[in-house]
Design a protein around this ligand. Structure first.
Ligand SMILES: Nc1ncnc2c1ncn2[C@@H]1O[C@H](COP(=O)(O)OP(=O)(O)OP(=O)(O)O)[C@@H](O)[C@H]1O
Ligand SMILES: Nc1ncnc2c1ncn2[C@@H]1O[C@H](COP(=O)(O)OP(=O)(O)OP(=O)(O)O)[C@@H](O)[C@H]1O
Ligand SMILES: [Mg+2]
Ligand SMILES: [Mg+2]
Lengths: 262, 262
């Protein structure tokens, strides 16, 4: 039974892409068939896995907006998906064209469930789908929440990170009520935690108080290897498996999907 | 002669708000009358200066979309502006309502120059206007580029930071060609620089090669005091004047506006 997880937080630079890539890679290395879906026009999940955007025929933008092309093929999702450097991990790539999708979709019928429709065929082919989103709560992120079964919220251990949480929860509730009844919050992951600073500990305490029982025990430390890995087109577990960043994401993978292994 | 600067980069978490607040505070402490304009629905510039969003009557959203209210007052900008904890620094605050502005404006006439119109009266009252933007290249950021005389681009010294630059420059060129002919790129500032890592040095070299002669010599180091200051509602120069973060922003202020002092 395929499950789809969306990695969401409208605050910028909190580790959404880093979490999406490294959880997806963890699942692939554990033998699962994983699809990583890049729904951010910046395309960081695409480039972070070394996929050259210039060489792509089709991408996420076409899946969401090019109805003419989709009529000419019986497997649009299959036409767009590309392999990555990690065995068992495939990718729906994004290019900058995706920046135009919000405008193109604004007047479309069922504009909030376009992504859900295009990912439907993937449900039978992959064990796990992970969706990386942009720092926004616009239409593309709404589409991601509509297409997902569960949401993982990365929260950076810094002051501004707490600011947007109530808005994010309000939008999730709206999607649960109006578009996707079974969407659940899988959990919150603390990222870029620097134990040497009081700020990180104070914010972490506030987050735990805000989400009792929903904060993953695996905390992702600030670790330069995590920032270096994408420049090599690799998830951190392939770039430097012994680093604290790789070990933290491995432990997060086991905590989030642990029973899936059973 | 008032000048308006927009702080822009669609990559999330690169230090836009931190740069906007601390440059604005630097100018105010040097005796200038400064207006900080928050055009990000997250409202981090608003909360980072300790302004309580719940207590505001009017905010940026009203200025951009509430034409009825604007007919009832002869100084909408003056009605919205609030003082901050820093003498000489005023703020146009943002609340989460602003998230609805892109949709409300999408069909409006002259939708790209709404902000330019509402800030026009500020040109006589302040020496300097600084605009903080969201991690996006949508309509609100286009409005900010249309309203500004110059753009400052913060770039985090990390791999993904280079990814979006060509797109950002393309959008700036579009705005220069179609909406705001005299918009110029004031410069690029390197942020969160950690001299101990190769990654930061490599990215910094690439940025300098990408923008010859336009990268400010003042580099902002990673410094926890910069991340702590907003939780006290203060710019770093008021929170911990002797910190490396405060000194770096003071030196950046002098480099960007130096001749303005003359
Ligand atoms: N735990 C960590 N330690 C050190 N660096 C990290 C860590 N997690 C992420 N980074 C780096 O911090 C930057 C921001 O992370 P990332 O791009 O994953 O965040 P994001 O939320 O996806 O950003 P955006 O909002 O722009 O989509 C990147 O350069 C990334 O490599
Ligand atoms: N030089 C620095 N050293 C350490 N921390 C910093 C530095 N600059 C910014 N920060 C912290 O990093 C986080 C991101 O910075 P900031 O919010 O200013 O970026 P932004 O580009 O405005 O983000 P967004 O894209 O969400 O608007 C904040 O928690 C901020 O306090
Ligand atoms: Mg990202
Ligand atoms: Mg900001």
């Amino acid at each position: 039974m395929t499950e789809a997880y969306a990695i969401v937080n409208q605050k910028g630079g909190v580790g959404k892409t880093t979490t999406a890539i490294n959880l997806a890679a963890g699942a692939a290395r554990a033998g699962q068939r994983v699809l990583l879906v890049d729904v951010d026009p910046q395309g960081n999940a695409t480039s972070g896995l070394g996929v050259e955007r210039g060489k792509l025929d089709r991408c996420m933008y076409d899946l969401l907006t090019d109805d003419e092309w989709k009529e000419t093929t019986d497997d649009p999702l299959g036409d767009v998906v590309v392999p990555t450097s990690v065995e068992g991990l495939w990718l729906v790539p994004a290019t900058i064209e995706l920046a135009g999708a919000e405008l193109s979709l604004a007047a479309a019928i069922a504009r909030e469930t376009k992504l859900q429709q295009v990912l439907e065929p993937g449900r039978g082919r992959y064990d796990l789908i992970i969706i990386d989103t942009a720092p926004s709560l616009g239409l593309l992120t709404i589409n991601s929440l509509a297409a997902a079964d569960a949401v993982i919220i990365p929260i950076q251990c810094e002051y501004y990170a707490l600011e947007g949480l109530s808005q994010l929860l309000r939008v999730i509730k709206l999607v649960q009520g109006q578009i996707n009844q079974h969407l659940r919050i899988a959990g919150v992951v603390l990222t870029m935690f620097d134990g040497r600073t009081n700020l990180a500990r104070e914010v972490a305490e506030e987050v735990v108080a805000h989400f009792p029982g929903r904060v993953y025990k695996s905390v992702i430390p600030r670790n330069v290897r995590l920032a270096e890995a994408p420049s090599h087109g690799l998830p951190v577990v392939a770039y430097d498996r012994s680093s604290t960043g790789a070990r933290a994401y491995q432990s997060l993978y086991e905590e989030v999907f642990g029973d899936a292994q059973a």
